[in-house]
Design a protein around this ligand. Structure first.
Ligand code: NDP
Length: 287
């Protein structure tokens, strides 16, 4: 780590204004006694690669760019930009964390580890033997699938608006699912099954202000329904879950846990997450 310059990081996405990553990483930096800058990088939809490369090569007032997080909708593109990939990023074919190593960029994917940690450690819900539904087949679902399967649920169903993308995702994970003894299926949104123990909305439906894209019969009373979205945009999903007897959970816990994992990739130290998650929950409490 450099002592003469400040290391600089960013979250790259579109939209990105809602991202809490700058706040979270500043909290981690203070907690671990490290000096860094972290900002938002809005990337035009057709110019992700050039925007991130400019950021990586720029030196801002002595601050040197060391890496970035990647959010909607660029996780597949981010994977392709890197020269080396961690095994979990390779399984996902998508990256949410880039590290600008001098010998070439490293792509990692911490979304799955963050999600599983939030479900099992923070929410106290066991995935082993469970019946799990994942809605969505974009970068977030791709990042989550490997880690979910590794916990050996009984069944995992992937459903998506564009069924071909869900099929491609399950195809890429079929050997991994078999190795872990999990029944992995693709089903259309309208017929994705009923009474799941864990329902995960990994689609952008809430971010875009849309309806929950599946029928309430997917829920099991007492089961967990987690939307990766958070803040006001997640309220519709949480209300829907609670109305049908499930425990609603937003994506704040996953957000903090995946960030802690990314911080460890960049800085070599894993920060504690409880106090940061608590402060975010206060920040996002319903007025
Ligand atoms: P992508 O753009 O890669 O994928 C979007 C996915 O959502 C696709 O499967 C798409 O379907 C689906 N989708 C979009 N709009 C709708 C809709 N109105 N109804 C149903 N399905 C829809 O985005 P990401 O996968 O990167 O992100 C998805 C969400 O997860 C975002 O809201 C993001 O903020 C959140 N997220 C949260 C994280 C956290 O830590 N809490 C981490 C990662 C993501 P189709 O294939 O048909 O286009």
């Amino acid at each position: 780590m450099s002592t003469s310059s400040i290391d600089r990081y960013a979250v790259a996405g579109n939209p990105v204004a809602h991202s809490q990553s700058p706040y979270i990483h500043q909290q981690f930096a203070e907690q671990t006694g490290q000096l860094l800058q972290y900002e938002r990088l809005l990337c035009p939809l057709e110019a992700f690669s050039s925007t991130v490369k400019n950021f990586a090569n720029s030196v801002d007032d002595g601050a040197v760019s060391r890496g970035c997080n990647v959010t909607v909708p660029f996780k597949f593109e981010a994977f392709k930009l890197a020269q080396s990939h961690t095994p979990r990023a390779r399984l996902a074919g998508a990256a949410n964390t880039l590290r600008f190593d001098q010998e070439g960029w490293l792509a990692d994917n911490t979304d799955g580890a963050g999600l599983v940690r939030d479900i099992q450690d923070n929410a106290g819900v066991e995935l082993a033997g469970a019946k799990v539904l994942v809605i969505g087949a974009g970068g977030a679902a791709a990042g989550a699938l490997g880690a979910l399967l590794a916990e050996r649920p009984h069944t995992l169903v992937v459903t998506n608006r564009s069924l071909d993308k869900a099929q491609a995702l399950t195809h890429n994970h079929s050997a991994w699912a078999e190795n872990h003894g999990v029944q992995l299926h693709t089903r259309p949104l309208q017929h994705c099954g009923e009474h799941f123990d864990v329902v995960i909305n990994a689609s952008s439906s809430s971010l875009q202000g849309g309806e929950v894209p599946v029928a309430a019969t997917v829920l099991r009373p007492g089961g967990l329904a987690l939307d990766m979205m958070y803040g006001a945009a997640a309220r519709g999903f949480l209300h829907w879950a609670q109305e049908h007897g499930a425990h609603g959970r937003d994506g704040l816990g996953m957000l903090v846990e995946q960030a802690a994992e990314a911080f460890a990739v960049w800085r070599g130290v894993r920060p504690r997450t409880e106090s940061v998650l608590t402060s975010l929950r206060i920040k996002f409490a319903t007025p």
